[in-house]
Design a protein around this ligand. Structure first.
Ligand SMILES: NC(=O)C1=CN([C@@H]2O[C@H](COP(=O)(O)OP(=O)(O)OC[C@H]3O[C@@H](n4cnc5c(N)ncnc54)[C@H](O)[C@@H]3O)[C@@H](O)[C@H]2O)C=CC1
Ligand SMILES: CC(=O)[C@](C)(O)C(=O)O
Ligand SMILES: [Mg+2]
Ligand SMILES: [Mg+2]
Length: 347
């Protein structure tokens, strides 16, 4: 572990330098890693592990679109691709990467394949933390570990192919073999993480649910929609409103934030912009703080989990989500966005 100063707070993290891929391969050399589920995280983690030289198989429902996707990605039925139960039986490490709601349905079946000494791996603290709602209570003689990449499985794969990596958290819920930590860290390195920071299952799920409902996904769409509406109400064209709300942010300003922080992005804007942004950000913070506090409380009370389980367990959950995504896509703002994207010089 390396001790790093994060803004004045010292934290122990794992980097690729002190835990190189060679070491990860050594730790996992006798393991069969069974990746169960081939949705978004499944492909990213399974393909990265395979390309990094680990022994990986995929478990997926036969006669499904994702089974076909797995075949198209190079997994071979009967050799590296199996139905879920067969893969779970073969795996010594079982990466449980079904949707969080899907994990509840499969749990009674999956737990039968958790022979003593195996490791049960999650990429979210959801199933374990909200056990009253999920019923996921692992037997005491298996390791229960987590590696949660902080981003989409799609980005995990893309960044891996570009020679980069997403940061991930890792956690140990249960150490039955005495090897839980080295297994978790080796898997974290193997799936293509940048650096790894330690957490516990509860903190992982509380922060993750807050982040995706908040500034990463929910809040950002809310803020975009509000500003776009104000501009449109005041007679600005869709093109002007979209550029001033989204396109400039994603294409010009966020890359500068990613590169060197907020003050660096500000410093590369006009002094007029800097004056205004420095005056207004605190007002936005104050306006949204109560919403974030409400959100965190809802997460901590298990209400967000309940809502997610209820809506994602219905047979037509995918169609319903797609309908809502369609509504977003067809809103004027995002239709304007589609037109703007087509006009990008490299489009
Ligand atoms: N989507 C992402 O990039 C991220 C996901 N995670 C976590 O990783 C885990 C996997 O998430 P995703 O990849 O988004 O899952 P997903 O929603 O893409 O679903 C994964 C697979 O589960 C299958 N599935 C769903 N219900 C099922 C059932 N009842 N029986 C059998 N198969 C079923 C789906 O067909 C799909 O192939 C979750 O715990 C999630 O919170 C963590 C970080 C990011
Ligand atoms: C991509 C990610 O890490 C999220 C937003 O938390 C998720 O997909 O659940
Ligand atoms: Mg996340
Ligand atoms: Mg999440």
């Amino acid at each position: 572990m390396a001790t790093i100063n994060f803004g004045g707070v010292l934290e122990e993290v794992v980097t690729r330098e002190e835990f190189p891929m060679e070491k990860a391969r050594e730790v996992l050399k006798n393991e069969v890693i069974a990746v169960i589920g081939y949705g978004v995280q499944g492909p990213g983690q399974a393909l990265n592990l395979k390309d990094n030289g680990f022994n990986v198989i995929v478990g997926q429902r036969k006669n499904s679109k994702t089974w076909d996707k797995a075949v198209a990605d190079g997994w071979v039925p009967g050799e590296t691709l199996f139905d879920i139960e067969e893969a779970a039986a073969k795996g010594t490490i079982i990466q449980f990467l079904l949707s969080d709601a899907g994990q509840i349905t499969l749990w009674p079946t999956l737990k039968q394949h958790l022979a003593p000494g195996k490791a049960l791996y999650f990429s979210h603290g959801f199933g374990i933390t909200y056990k009253e709602q999920t019923g996921i209570i692992p037997p005491a003689d298996v390791d229960v570990i987590l590696v949660a990449p902080k981003g989409s499985g799609t980005s995990l794969r893309r960044l891996f192919l570009a020679g980069q990596g997403l940061n991930s958290s890792f956690a140990i819920f249960q150490d039955a073999t005495g090897r839980a930590k080295e297994r978790a860290v080796a898997l974290g390195i193997g799936v293509g993480s940048g650096y790894l920071f330690e957490t516990d299952f509860k903190k992982e799920v509380f922060s993750d649910l807050t982040g995706e409902r908040g500034s990463l996904m929910g809040c950002i769409q809310g803020i975009f929609a509000a500003q776009y509406e104000t501009l449109r109400r005041n007679g600005h064209s869709p093109s002007e409103a979209f550029n001033e709300t989204v396109e400039e942010l994603t294409q010009s300003l966020m890359p500068l934030v990613a590169e060197n922080g907020m003050d660096w992005m500000y410093a590369n804007c006009s002094t007029t912009a800097q004056r205004g942004a420095l005056d207004w950000w605190k007002k936005f913070k104050d306006a949204t703080q109560p919403v974030f506090d409400e959100l965190y409380a809802s997460v901590a009370a298990g209400k967000e989990a309940a809502r997610s389980i209820a809506s994602n367990s219905t047979p037509d959950y995918r169609e319903k989500l797609n309908e809502e995504l369609k509504e977003l896509r067809e809103s004027e703002m995002w239709q304007a966005g589609a037109a703007v994207r087509k006009l990008r010089p490299n489009a």
